[in-house]
Design a protein around this ligand. Sequence first.
Ligand SMILES: NC(=O)c1ccc[n+]([C@@H]2O[C@H](COP(=O)([O-])OP(=O)(O)OC[C@H]3O[C@@H](n4cnc5c(N)ncnc54)[C@H](O)[C@@H]3O)[C@@H](O)[C@H]2O)c1
Length: 243
Amino acid sequence: MNQKFENQEEFAGKTVAITGAAGDIGRPLGDEFRRLGGEVFATDLRDTDVPNFTAGDISDPTFVTDWIDKIVDQTGRIDVLVNVAGICPRTELEDITSEEWDLVLTVNVRSAFLTSQAALKTMIAQKEGAIVNLASLAGKVGGLAVGPHYSSSKAAIVGLTKSFARNGAPHGVRANAVAPGIIDTSMTAPAGPDGIEQLKRSIPMRRLGSVDEVIGPIVFLASSKAAYITGATIDINGGLLMD
Ligand SMILES: NC(=O)c1ccc[n+]([C@@H]2O[C@H](COP(=O)([O-])OP(=O)(O)OC[C@H]3O[C@@H](n4cnc5c(N)ncnc54)[C@H](O)[C@@H]3O)[C@@H](O)[C@H]2O)c1
């Protein structure tokens, strides 16, 4: 099925900021916004060759402020912010240290708070804007293959999204999230071939989701087609959880 948005001008003249832009989802997401006419600014801890890229640690408040300021200085706006950056260590529950707990919560939640807080000022001033966050099925059901720090961080993203939705709504700013289930990316690969077969059997659609099937709903939530949607989390999980 074609997941692509048809209106290639949907994001023309719009400034789009994406974190985690070197990753399996962030990188093609940037390509899609560019295809739809957006001016994309990308960041990640890892270096990559995408246009308008700035390397940095998105959990560092100084880096976040500098990055958002730079985007606003350059384009005068920030229309879309997608918080994709995240980590998912596979440490067994009993081996998770308090340092690892803090790291996961800091990278997965505090970063999204900092970028959204920094972008919201400009979005409110321009009376429009859309924030899209990456939650996860694990945040709703508790992860089995992933740790409680990851699940907690993704549950927190749902609450964070609603808070920004409430604060932004009177000013024309929307905030939404997607909650992908089991997607065919390197984050899922550690389950191994047998583990993946087992996972597939547990999914009503009997297959993993594709990256395009995550990107489509993110772009939709960022677009004018979702103009009356805010505070929502869209499940993308092949029927694994029907919430
Ligand atoms: N892949 C899945 O199956 C799946 C399912 C549910 C949710 N998600 C969420 O989707 C998002 C993207 O996942 P992905 O599959 O593209 O993972 P990925 O590991 O390919 O991409 C995540 C990116 O975040 C970057 N990053 C990590 N820590 C950072 C930091 N401190 N500062 C800046 N960048 C940092 C990484 O370098 C990486 O490029 C994550 O938030 C993840 O939790 C993924």
